[in-house]
Structure formats: structure tokens, C-alpha cells
Design a protein around this ligand. Sequence first.
Ligand SMILES: [Zn+2]
Length: 219
Amino acid sequence: MKLFAWLLDLVYPPKCPFCGKLLGKDESDLCGKCRKDLPEVGGSVKRGENFRQCWSVYYYEDEVIDSIHRFKFSGMQQYAQVYGRLIAMTLLRKKVEFDILTWVPISKKRRRTRGYEQTRLIAKTVAEELGCDCVPTLRKVRDNPPQSLQKSAANRRGNVLNAYQTVHPERFRGRRVLLIDDIITSGATLGECSKTLLMAGAAQVECATLAVTQNSDKK
Ligand SMILES: [Zn+2]
């Protein structure tokens, strides 16, 4: 397995997922410059309803925007491992407590066109890093238009209304859920998912994302 990883590095030398620069021997996951300069959040935001707070790693700006676009729309699914490790580090640093780790699902149709469910990949790495299970708790039952096309907060809330259903609610009934997504903008999606989980018996919901927009209506 080690040899395979070595060969893979030789053919596809690891690059920083944010600026695209080749990583040096002493750099892992991201380059030294991005590690120093990317806009860290350093705390949680309270935005949207039904969940306690959302822990994010970076503000959604410049290289972070470009990176997430490549991750979602240009097939760079391997970024999930770096994103997941960064989120896990933030959760550890902030001593965030939870019982069940899960993710915001995308629709079946979106999964088919993209070829992967980016949020599940991130959640999987977070779980591996924290040594816990990553379990599906939600499925998306409506293939609504992207949230980024919704101009107002009210439109964003309306667009995701009743878009999710729970799966296996017995797994999280009475338990504290940590919900992972790639980005929080207005908090409408995380709020709707949290409402669905709470109505099915979750004790509380807390969220974590790679990125957060500076204000709630910018994407
Ligand atoms: Zn970089």
C-alpha cells in the first residue's frame, strides 16, 4: 500500500488544493503560504435556525472559493480528505461534543451527474480523524434548484422546505448530532436539515463546514 501511495505521488505529485502549487517535502495537505494566509474563522457562527452553532474553518473568499468550485464541479473529489482533516482539527481545538456524525445529502440526480456525494466524502474523513462512525441520517427527496441561484434569505428557506427526510431515526433519537456540509451561506439548508432531525427525535444539532460566507446573503 505504501509503494502504491509512493507511485501515485510520483505520477500525480500532491498539490495544494487551494492555490494549486506543488507541495514541498515538508508540506502536507496544503502549502505553507495557504496554511498561514487563508482567512481562518477561529470560531463558530450562529446563522439559521434549529441548530446550536456552525463551526467553520475558512471564510469563503479567493482561493477557498476556487478550491470549493474545483471540488464540486471539476471532479477534484480528493480535496475531501484535506477539507475533512481541517474540519476535524477545528472540532478538536474547540472541543465540540456530539454522539453521531452525519452529512447534508445531495439529490440522487445531482449525485449521478457529479459522480460523487462531496459532503459524504468530507464527513467520512472527519469521522476517520476523530475515530467515530459516519452514519447516513437524511436523504434529499426533492431535486430543487441550487441554493446559489436564490437571491433572498426567504427564497433560500422556501427552496429547501421539506426537501429532506430522515433515514433510520432510531440511530439518532435522543442523541446529539453533528451535521457536516461544505459551506454555510444563509444557514437555510443546515436549518432545514436540523429541523428534520429534531422532529425525528435528535436531542440537538450542531454543524460544521469548511467555509462560511462573510455575510448571510453572499455566495
Ligand atoms: Zn497553497
